[in-house]
Design a protein around this ligand. Structure first.
Ligand code: C6P
Length: 408
């Protein structure tokens, strides 16, 4: 079991008060996680001692910066078990990863009449870029439905996953239900009909051991800021054979081999997809975050989150009038979205904030999911390696107070 007291000491922000005299209870890691001291220190040290542009300078400082940047990539390669650094592209966030694939792979491969298969539980990042592509190409977007318990309707897939489908893109872990989807099985199903499979790992990479070769996915994307790293950087993984033949996403410096006034040729992977000066300090911060998580052990991280989520689901289900969204703790990651009878999620979030508790309220960038449930919004508490049972108890007490305030 993780030593949560020790872990909490690693996160400077957990010493901060939410309001004067009110300690912060941070239950919004699914939106963006907090950062351990080692990550902050690595970025600080980089700017103080190593900063120069990468891949350009002949001088020692630039070489040191390049080594640190590429060293971060090597850490990601190990963390997700990619076959080689060429397959790990630094992007701004998961959202950019989806846009890159929809733009570069999609424009070259999607024809009128083709289908793109998604699920009804997707985050807008894995929805809107495909809808834009389908509109442009005269293709159709289809959706695997979810069942009332927030799991995918696996029986509906064979009828949807026909040979017209060119790519099946789905989330590994839902950011609302917390559902952990059977990634390997879904990838296999896509490949059986000759479709590619892209996995949204935004809520998986921070919480579960990840192995892209075992998944056998063609692409996956995730964000650094949800996994103890800084904002402004994320990762797109793609199989070399696919990336090799894809046209670039953006043009500019670093992504070219040769430029003449008549035209240009492209750099090798992964730099073909990294136009312009990259987020160097952020890559180094992400590399350090990966070291930090690896040091804890991703199996241990997952086991702890299962423990705290089980505790939270039990405690929350005792509150009269509260409805939890999503499956049992066994099948979910560390998120608990809920509604409370007669209360707007924004009112809930506003009142628990007075007790120092940070939760998210709204549609969590999953409007179609909420629409299907017949609601506009939900409240969501999310847990991470530093969440304690005492914090969950505080949330439960505060939610009972919300009911009193609104006389429910
Ligand atoms: N979800 C949440 O509060 P970006 O914004 O690119 O870093 O991540 C997008 C994204 C993609 N897929 C899933 C499953 C996600 O959860 C997110 C981000 C946050 O749930 C912010 S909306």
């Amino acid at each position: 079991m993780l030593d949560v007291t020790k872990i909490r000491a690693d996160f400077p922000i957990l010493q901060v008060e939410a309001h004067p005299g009110v300690p912060l209870v941070f239950l919004d890691s699914a939106a963006s996680s907090q950062k351990p001291e080692v990550v902050i220190a690595a970025m600080d040290a980089y700017y103080r001692q190593t900063h120069a542009n990468v891949h350009r300078g002949i001088y020692a400082l630039s070489e040191a910066a390049t080594n640190a940047y590429e060293g971060a990539r090597a850490r990601i390669v190990r963390f997700i078990d990619a076959a080689e650094p060429a397959e790990v592209i630094f992007v701004r966030n998961a959202t950019e990863g989806f846009n890159l694939v929809a733009f570069a792979w999609g424009r070259a491969n999607i024809q009128p009449g083709d289908e793109i298969l998604l699920t009804e539980m997707e985050h807008h990042a894995n929805l809107v870029p495909w809808q834009m592509l389908a509109d442009e190409k005269g293709a159709a977007v289809k959706y695997v439905p979810f069942l009332p318990d927030g799991t995918l309707d696996m029986d509906a897939i064979p009828a949807l996953l026909t040979e017209r489908v060119k790519i099946f893109s789905f989330t590994a872990v839902s950011n609302v239900f917390g559902t952990v989807n059977p990634v390997k099985q879904l990838v296999q199903m896509a490949h059986q009909v000759g479709a590619l499979a892209m996995v949204d790992a935004a809520q998986a990479a921070p919480h579960l051991p990840m192995d892209v070769q075992d998944w056998d996915c063609d692409f996956t994307a995730f964000s650094s800021h949800k996994m103890c790293g800084p904002t402004g950087i994320g990762v797109l993984y793609g199989k070399r054979a696919l990336l090799e033949v894809m046209p670039p996403f953006m043009g500019g410096g670093d992504m070219i081999r040769r430029v003449t006034l008549a035209g240009s040729t492209w750099n090798e992977l992964p730099w073909k997809f990294e136009a312009g000066t990259p987020a160097i300090a952020e890559a180094i911060g992400l590399g350090t975050a990966v070291d930090y998580l690896t040091g804890l052990g991703m199996d241990e991280v997952h086991a702890y989150e299962q423990y705290i989520t089980t505790y939270a689901l039990e405690a929350l289900s005792e509150i009269d009038g509260l409805t939890l969204l999503g499956p049992s703790a066994r099948q979910r990651g560390g998120v608990a979205a809920f509604t409370m009878k007669g209360l707007h999620p924004h009112d809930i979030a506003e009142i628990v904030d007075k007790d120092g508790i940070a939760i998210r309220a709204g549609h969590h960038c999953a409007m179609p999911l909420h629409h299907k449930l017949g609601i506009n919004a939900s409240a969501r508490a999310s847990f991470y390696i530093h969440t304690t049972t005492e914090e969950v108890d505080k949330l439960v007490m505060s939610l009972n107070r919300v009911k009193k305030v609104f006389r429910m």
